[in-house]
Every structure is written in C-alpha cells, then in structure tokens.
Design a protein around this ligand. Sequence first.
Ligand code: CDP
Length: 234
Amino acid sequence: MENRFLVRLKIADLKKIVIAIDGYSACGKSSTAKQVASRLGYTFIDSGGMYRAVTLYLLNRGADIKDLNNVEDHLNHVSIDFVDESILLNGENVDLEIRSREVNENVSEVSAISAVRRKMVRQQQEIGLNKGVVMDGRDIGTVVFPDAELKVFMTAEMEIRAVRRQKELSTKGIDEPLESIMKNLQDRDLVDSTRVDSPLKMAEDAIEIDTTNITLEEQVVQVVALAKEKINEN
Ligand code: CDP
C-alpha cells in the first residue's frame, strides 16, 4: 500500500503528458481511461459523456436536431462540468440519463453537427492545457490534442463489445437486448466514421490495442506502461 503511494507521488513529480484514447463504440475506452488516470494521478475526461449530455439537453427540450440554427440557440444554454468523475449538465448530475436508449439513438447525429463539436472541443482543449489528462473519444488524437504525447486507438470484435456494453448497462439498472445494443453500436460507428467534421479515424501516430481477448486490467497495464515510457522520454 505504502509502495503504491510512493509510486504515485513519484509519478506526480514527473512532467505530465496528455493521453488520448480513441476508438469505436464500447471498446473499453472510458473504463481504461478512468483507471489509467487514477493510477497516474491524472484527470479523466469522458468526451463522449459531453456529447451525450448535449444530446440529452436537446431531447429534453424537444429540439429539432435537423434545424441547425435551433441547435445553435440551444447550445448557448448548455453548460457541462465534471465533478468527481460525474457529469453535470447545467449543474445537474446526468450520469444515468445520458446512457438511455434515446440518447444512444441520437448522439451520433448530434455529434456530427459542427457547432456542437466546436463548443465541446474548445472546452476539452481548455481542460488539457495543464496536461495530466486522459481523455477518451473519437477525435481526441486527431483533432482535440493532435500533439498528445501518447495516442491509443482501441478496437474489439463487435460481439464482445455488445456483450460488455450489455453487462455495463445492467449494472446501472438498464436492461437492453443484445441485438438492439449491437445495432446501435454498428449504427453509431458508421455515422461517427463517415461524418464530414472530425470523423472517427486512427491518428497516424496512434498505437492500436485490440481488446477482444484481453481483460480490463491488462488494457490498463498496457496503457500505463506506454504512458510511463512517454513520461520518461519527455
Ligand atoms: O461509450 P461509447 O464508446 O459507446 O460512446 P461514447 O464515448 O459515450 O460516445 C458517444 C457518442 O459521442 C459517439 O458515438 C460519438 O457520436 C460521439 N463522440 C464524438 O463524436 N466525439 C468524441 N470525442 C466522443 C464521442
């Protein structure tokens, strides 16, 4: 226990880096990013949660997502904060609501809107100014932090991703059939990787990790090891 504490202190003394974790839906990006951040004493930011929160806001207001001017007006009233790894939408904790089926079904369309992306990316870049950040998403290594010291791109087979997502949702009290989860992951991957603004793609200098046959702990250990290499280089 003491040793762990000392290791953390030592890491905290070192120069901080930015770690970008991108990839397809439900490959384990957020779970990995969260643990890596905790082991390095870094801040974890789930950028997908921000797009989900905007989507929730628009849905709650009954906004027409196709009306871009209307979406821009609504955006002026959206404020997103992270407190103790919970996400707040205009001061209200929305950790659970942003995982709903309705949000899943609309978030990729909302995320394709440039005005939405501009607002989210600005906030994400501000958070990363002081480094010491692990951020996961779709465009973190390509657009948000193109100079991130460590970029990871996660992949996994579709079936395993759907099974993992089903389990994760069920721990939050949300029960969804496997087929509908799989369909949503496929739909989102397609929209996310074919949109015009900041499509999901692997950065040229990213390191790919296929998580199909490894455990969460193994993913975390791999990324922490890569991070330590980069920290020592910097
Ligand atoms: O957890 P999961 O991988 O299923 O998705 P997420 O990270 O919560 O992201 C939800 C959605 O937000 C994605 O399907 C993208 O449409 C969008 N997103 C994005 O456009 N850019 C990001 N940096 C992160 C998420």
